[in-house]
Design a protein. Sequence first.
Length: 446
Amino acid sequence: MDQLNELAKWRAKEAKHQPSWPDLDKLKDDTDYLRTLPPLVFAGEADKLRREIALASRGESFVLMGGDCAETFAESTADHIREKIRTILQMAVVLTYGASVPVVKIGRMAGQFAKPRSKPTEVRDGVELPSYLGDIVNGFDFTPEARTPDSSRLIQAYQHSAATLNLIRAFTTGGFADLSKVHEWNKGFMQNPAYAKYENLATEIDRAMRFLHAARVSDESLRTVDMYVAHEALLLDYEEALTRIDSRTGNLYNCSAHMLWIGERTRGIDDAHVDMLSRVHNPIGVKLGPTTQSSDVLALIDALNPEGEEGRLTFITRMGAGVIRDRLPSLVEAVKGDGRPVTWVSDPMHGNTITTDEGFKTRRLKDIFDEINGFFAVHSQMGTHPGGIHLELTGDDVTEVLGGSEEVLEETLGERYETLVDPRLNHQQSLEIAFLVAEALQETAL
Ligand code: TRP
Ligand code: MN
């Protein structure tokens, strides 16, 4: 019970980007109800993920995080979830086989429902309403009813997360992830270079699988994968209600996801977000933007990983293709000097967002490639390990990011622009990134 009192200390700090709930009594009822519901993940799983991320900090594994900018309730369907899992599995196969490195698979899924926004309100045709803050807070429709924050949505978010996680567990352990199915995961036209490249790789893996079969090698690990989930721990009332005491150790774990991250906008050292996550034992990520100072990074290590536990703290850099080569080295230098281990992950999406003349928020695949290459180059210069990659992607054939071998052009962005928040890589662009990263990792190993 003492720990839960400690956990509540975030309330004395400044909590940025929280909704203004119209009915605080209802918020209390809803969060009290959430506290009675079962945990979504278990402490032992979070510990296992922490050990796997620790390997990535040493270059002995590679973290692949991917999923929507914002999940929505309407798109939490079996088809959308399966396609996202398929995409992550295909990327993981490309990386595992192409770079001979174990891949830690983390879905930005089953809880990625809350969004910080640059402005608290949105004005359209002279009408001002609260901004859309994600399905866990309000609705996207531009009406007063939809945009008013409603804390019943916290419970709906929990239910969608539970159903999504259940499907993830079923798909990754129930046969879908079997390595003898790599061919079946492919889709689309083989004229597409990314799919053709994948097809060749799948043929090689099939041969290897037939060889293993003939050699009577059989292991459960060929048929299943461990897939973890993570989201931005933004809405502190929700995160607190799902934080529980582990009966084995008496420690606090946030049981809404295996891993949580703190966004660039809420990572201030005195912010409530840092306070809350300093008290739980999950692996934690922190996003670092282009203005991050070495002193920020050192203060974050002091707050979030004072003991220097391996795998506990991941820095997810989102600098922008134009500046990563200038800004990252001093941060890496500071961390090296400190000596406590961190895992470095690249988010090549958020520093590279642009708006087209027509008003579409988009990103160029070539900038995303460029930031990834810069991330690898800096770590190679500094003698540190590029530990992973964090992407906004969907398994569907949307047209939200510009470029790719089946090129999405400015003129065609409108065809299937479906995101409510940030533009996502489509299935084929995601595979292209996996091949690029596999090549970069092969070079690192040389
Ligand atoms: N279990 C292993 C792993 O997670 C091998 C594996 C099985 C795998 N199915 C997979 C790897 C699908 C990638 C994709 O690495
Ligand atoms: Mn985003």
